[in-house]
Design a protein around this ligand. Sequence first.
Ligand code: 9MR
Ligand code: 9MR
Ligand code: ZN
Length: 574
Amino acid sequence: MALLVLGTPVSGAPAANEPAAVIRLNSVGYLPDAAKTALIAAACQRYAIENCRTGQIAMQGEVHPADATPANGQPLWRADFSELTEPGLYRFVVDDVGRSAPFSVSVGVYNRPFFAAMRGMTLWRCGVAVRDDSTGEEFHHAACHLGDGLLDYVDPSRAGARLDGAGGWHDAGDYNKYVVNGAFTVGMMLHAWLQFEDRLTTLELHLPDGQPDLPDVLEEAKWEIDWLLKMQAADGRVYHKLSTLQFGGFVMPEEETEPRYYAPWGSAATADLVAVAALASRVYRPYDAAFADRCLAAARLSDRWLQDHPNDHRPDQSAFHTGGYDAPDGDDRLWADAELWAATGDPRSLQALQHRLQHSRRAVADDWDWGDLANLGVYAYLTSDRADRDPHLVDSLQRELIASADRLVQRSQRHPYDRTLGDRYYWGCNGTLARQTMTLQLAHRLTGDGTYQATAQGTLAYLFGRNPYGRSFVTGVGAKPPRFPHDRRSGGDDVAAPWPGYLVGGPWPAGTDWRDEQADYRTNEIAINWNGALIYALAPFVEPASFAADTAPLPPPTEPPTQSTESESDSRNG
Ligand code: 9MR
Ligand code: 9MR
Ligand code: ZN
């Protein structure tokens, strides 16, 4: 059956694809001093904002046709309610259209989303039992993949032999583990730490095993770093992945017992290990000097291997039909040189880095993901306070970075839903939107211009409901979040709700092509590199003073969740 929702055909089971909400806003809420806008996909003239607790009208005003027309041509009306700064819980009310789900105005509005995204990483842990009841439902699985992994494809003469590669995070909706994506994700999280450390040090994430000396954000990242270090061979080369040969079924991870194998080494994975281990040596040194030393030694060992093997070496993955994460290694080597230099001041790394930067056609990419992560190297270079940088290069890279941020701002301003990608959509583009806030935040740091931070908040608004669906793209967070992500745990357990805290990949090839269906791995899977980006995007807006209160466990749901109780009247939908 095809439902006609606001001119957009929606296919699939109606239960899996709720009608789009007509009033589209950041359903998580807004910081008190933030710009606040809502989009309404129906002709209207005025809006009111009701205080949910008192029932009083807190504010009202006129709506105006949105000047930018969305790709699907559907007209939108825009309400600017930035003047609403009084903390509280509110609802948008539009005569003849309906009411929005409740949203809050509060300094702590991004605390629970940040907590959820971090818990999502903890729940991705492999090799241990995990458990979570922070949303009132109980999610759990037993220790999994303890046999990781077999060496058959690394060295046929050792077929059947095992090497300890237990631990780390599962990659996504599948249970495999890929070095490039793992290192990339940790890289984004540790850069969030370096930029916004003052907001993150005291946060309590209720981690299972507890290393009291380590801030929880770092403790979670260390879980993955410990695994990445296991993927390094004694000579410094790094195995590309640890995976089954075929994608498994929708069972819990402990029930996936097919053999898992190391893939051969690759130079991109090796460079990413250098980068993340060097970065970790810097970040963890104040808390755990022995771990920092271990990381630095690992980075140097793999760096030596790379110098002896200067060509792009792609892993032979021909036996595998799981995720490839295979792309040229130039960007990975650039990131490695940057982090090794930032950690040690090593002049050879600096020279290699500057050479690469000078010879890049465009050093700062507007739009980037795991296959082109050189921006992380640029950020490391630009944020370092080492004295030996080439001042001309610093100057030109700063200009490039600001120019890139300006393009993101322009695209966002021209796009009705504030997308810094404009109308570009592809696999994982929700993750890219979150990741693009890294450039915005660094431009803010370099210039002090608040427009960049406002644009970054516009991205969060899109991800949490100011989008053509009027729905949050993060499981368990905000209004009408995804219910059927392509996630084997969510599909394989007995809990109706999906595992919480995960950003889904998002619509493509068009902006209205997202399907909240388990089978749709192209738009509705979850992945660590999207969550890592979301963690970065949220970090600058975390409010440590109210974090504990804002993230207190929720009571179990009293009634099974029903559709659209919180949403506007459905008179215009379907
Ligand atoms: O379930 C797999 C998902 O985790 C991957 O991201 C995706 C793309 O690599 O592939 C999915 O597996 C599908 C396979 O590629 C083709 N047959 C259907 C599988 C979905 O269950
Ligand atoms: O995020 C990856 C995306 O950039 C690629 O286009 C896509 C197809 O190769 O694969 C995505 O990564 C998937 C990985 O291959 C397997 N685990 C799930 C990942 C997210 O769908
Ligand atoms: Zn596992």
